[in-house]
Design a protein around this ligand. Sequence first.
Ligand code: P1T
Length: 380
Amino acid sequence: MKFGTKAIHAGQEPDPSTGAIMTPIFQTSTYVQEAPGKHKGYVYARGKNPTRTALEKCIASLEKTKYCLCFSSGMGAADTVIKLLKPGDEVIATHDLYGGSYRMFVRVFSNYGIKFHFVDMVDARNITKFLTKNTKLLWVETPTNPMMNIIDLTVCSKIAKKNNLILAVDNTFASPYLQNPADFGADIVAHSVTKYLGGHSDVVMGALCINNDDLREKLAFIQNSCGATPGPMDSYLVLRGIKTLHLRMEKHCENGKKIAYFLRKHPNVDKVFWPGFPDHTNHAIAKKQMSGFGGMMSFTLKGDKLEDAYNVVTRTKVFSLAESLGGVESLISHPASMTHASIPKEVRMKTGISDSLIRLSVGVEDGDDLVEDIAMSLQQ
Ligand code: P1T
């Protein structure tokens, strides 16, 4: 089956008791047993819920993996991956990544004896310089948040296989419509479902997609033991949102391209970071591992002044100033003081998150209105 058909049908059968075409919202915390241990596969809703099961099957099908596990947030999903490790283990992560992931790695898991190396993976061979006998996990974001770097998944996978590492890829920015990291050897594909998968800025959720049975068992054990699972109502909202993922992504790509080229010609704009430009450092890799370039991009202003960036982000009328991304509505944000504020200034400056860096999540509104809005906000 092709993507658009799977987005609408995968994991979803008409309800056997009524024929309802939409998956019911099983709003229950527990399930009645005929005798102790005699049940229909559902015992307690932290462990399993039928609405969530339908969603997990649907996302697994879109990521072309055998399994998916859903979590109450993207961070809940990432937390579960790190809990596979033990004190003394080491992780090599992209140096440019969502500020919340950086914060959890450094400020939570470092206290448990896990060591993190943040590495520039634009040339993925750099990873090998940080390998030790304790390295267990590669955590790769591509495209990266917010610099839109593209990391070569084939190279990462070769290094992971050779050194017996788990390769986890955060596929939030691309969505499964534009990229399937498991095709390139990822062991775990992570999502902030909050973003493109949900698509309507009304749910916070995460997901992990896996092929390996043993890895699935370990992650499901942590999921149930630690309990960061989503409720049935949120699972339903995402099932509903996913039905238009393919249509939304096409429009995100179309509008994204329009805005990226507009920004690039603007006299007040310094650099534009978008992997669809033929001269983007890793454009060739993006073309190989993605089927489109999406609606996420960042740009800096000439002079790199904080107050100029503040003026731009507060002047737009269609783009709303807010954290998050991937919804139908366009958002504008200032990473240095918003999504990436928890990264120390000297660290973020090294990755390119300068004072004037502005990030756009280009939505699916009319593209001309979006260009007009950005043009107005860039006027001095
Ligand atoms: O917000 P949550 O659902 O917990 O997902 C965390 C997360 C994980 N991975 C990536 C690449 C992300 O971008 C995020 C969340 N990001 C934002 C809220 C943001 O505005 O960048």
